[in-house]
Structures are given as C-alpha cells and as structure tokens.
Design a protein around this ligand. Sequence first.
Ligand SMILES: Nc1ncnc2c1ncn2[C@@H]1O[C@H](COP(=O)(O)OP(=O)(O)O)[C@@H](O)[C@H]1O
Ligand SMILES: [Mg+2]
Length: 277
Amino acid sequence: MTLVFDNLTKRYGANTAIDGVSTRFEPGTIHGIIGPNGAGKSTLINMTAGSYSVTEGSIRLDDRQLDRMKKYQVANAGIGRTYQNIRLFDQMSVLENLEVCFYDRAKSGIVGEVLWPPMARRRAAERRAICMEYLTFFGLEHMADREAGSLPYGRQRMLEIARALAQDPKVLLLDEPAAGLNHQETAELTERLAALRAPGRIIIVVEHDMDLVMTVCDRITVLHHGKLLFEGTPAEVQASHDVQIAYLGTEHDIEDIRTAAQDRRARLGLRTGRHPQ
Ligand SMILES: Nc1ncnc2c1ncn2[C@@H]1O[C@H](COP(=O)(O)OP(=O)(O)O)[C@@H](O)[C@H]1O
Ligand SMILES: [Mg+2]
C-alpha cells in the first residue's frame, strides 16, 4: 500500500495553493508535512480526504485514483482525518462520538441484528468494547459518558484523533493535532502518535510543533509557497540550508529543536534517522 501524489496542483482562481507536488507515502511510516502558514498544507490534506477537488495531477492509493472519487468513497477507501479546527458531535457523549463510526462500517450486519436481537446486543457490546479501547489509549476512558462539547480543549483534540482511528483508516491525516495543546499535552500526543505507527498504516501529520515533528516522523516534506521545497529524514531536514532559510529560523533555533528531539527520541526508545521498512 502506497499513497502517491503525482504533479498535484490546486488553484483557487488565480492563487496557486499547491504547485506540482509529487511525492509518496509508505506504509508503516509517519510522514510529516511542514511549512509556513499559507504554504498549502491544509489544502493537501483536504484534497487527499476528497474535501477539495484537484486542479491538476493525481492522488493514488495503490491502483485507486482518489481524486476521481466522491468524499464518502475516499473515506470508504480508507482515508481518515482530523481537522485543523475540531469537529466533534458536541451534544453527544464521548463514547457515542466513537460509536457512530461503526454504524457505517457494520451496515451489512444490520439485517441480522434486526431479525435476532441477541445478535444486536452482542454486536453493540463488541462495538462498545472496541471504542473503549480507543478511549483508553487516549486517556479518555473515565470521560466516556460526558458530553463531548464539555471536555477541555486538549481532550477534544484527543477524542477527534480517537474517532478518526476508530474507523481503522489505512491513511490517517492529522491537520495540526498539537495546535492549542499545552506542553504536557503535546508530549502525551507525541508518545501516542509514535505508538500508532503500524505496518498497514500511513500517518500524515501537518504540524507546526517542531519537537513533535522531529521526534515522531520518519520522513518530512517541506512545503513553501505551494511547492515541495525539500524532503528527507528529520536529520536531513534539519541540515538543509534551504529549509533553514525558509522556515526553521536561525542556527540557534535549530540546535534547540535538534537537542529536544534527541532527548525525546531517547526517552521513547526510538532510533534516530529511522527509515521506512
Ligand atoms: N477554500 C479556499 N478558498 C480559497 N483560497 C484558499 C482556500 N483554502 C486555502 N486557500 C488559500 O490557499 C493557500 C494555502 O492555504 P492552506 O492550504 O490553508 O495553507 P496552510 O495550511 O499551509 O496554512 C493560501 O493562500 C490560502 O489563502
Ligand atoms: Mg493549515
């Protein structure tokens, strides 16, 4: 399974937001997308999720051309996402926010459930158990019955990721998951993301928090004015002069980022400069 962008281009009228980007995303990896505000990161996510049309070029998941599909077909093909601005069902409970994902997935079983109530009860119990596992992974199990809209912001972010994950996506798209999180919450998120790396899954994370990106990503794509400026391992990105000029700041800032990332990698037991399997 590989996700491939080929000469991907998005124009909003005269504004070219994404300009001929070609790259690929390998299973078993966490792939970061960084770049200044307005670089086109969310546009890439939105095109991949089928929310925005593609002006030129293509997005393929193996032999399936995602940019020709409707949004729900893209979701059914295994693309899951979170949004830069949180979108939860605020009035529903935390647990219900996850359970709703299953009604689509389990459609084929509904007839049996209607004809045979014990089966319905068993399936419902199974769904609940699976949802509780995701909630536990994100530290939300004790909040399962609370209204989602009443949770603190950081918890809502975690819930949004849990919900995207509960749909068991092949490709998980995260648009600035650490935005608005405090230091402690960002550290928790970093650990959880690292634990989500799985052989059959591609995780794409758009993020401004350089500690998080440099710690968890196997590869990083740097966007600048809609163009692919650089691509490589965290170490290669940090060493790139172009990236330094365009984005990361002074040599002093980069040294801080590098040191922090090394510390975290060591703490999480991750190897440096990891390559996709
Ligand atoms: N829905 C839209 N309609 C028109 N222009 C848009 C839209 N979304 C984004 N843009 C423009 O596309 C460019 C890239 O935006 P965006 O993808 O949001 O960047 P980033 O997520 O990297 O900050 C910006 O110039 C932005 O103004
Ligand atoms: Mg954005």
